[in-house]
Design a protein around this ligand. Structure first.
Ligand SMILES: [Zn+2]
Length: 71
């Protein structure tokens, strides 16, 4: 099966719910990488020991939506 853009497809007499679902899936497939590019990133956390000065640096991946929980 070839995924074409939603605009190319005609409802062809099919029920709205089927056509809408198809259009939404196509939209998500086109935009998934954009969402990841925009909202996913890395959080740098640095821990410095106040006795010996040892520095620990960590990078944790995060998604934008996960930050909502901390508000
Ligand atoms: Zn230390």
């Amino acid at each position: 099966m070839r995924w074409s853009t939603a605009e190319e497809k005609d409802s062809d007499g099919r029920p709205d719910v089927v056509v809408a679902e198809e259009a939404w899936s196509a939209y998500l497939m086109r935009n998934q990488s954009i969402i990841v590019d925009l909202f996913q990133g890395q959080l740098k956390s640095t821990l410095v020991c106040d006795r010996c000065g040892f520095e620990s640096v960590k990078f944790d991946p995060f998604m934008f939506l996960s930050l909502v929980r901390h508000v």
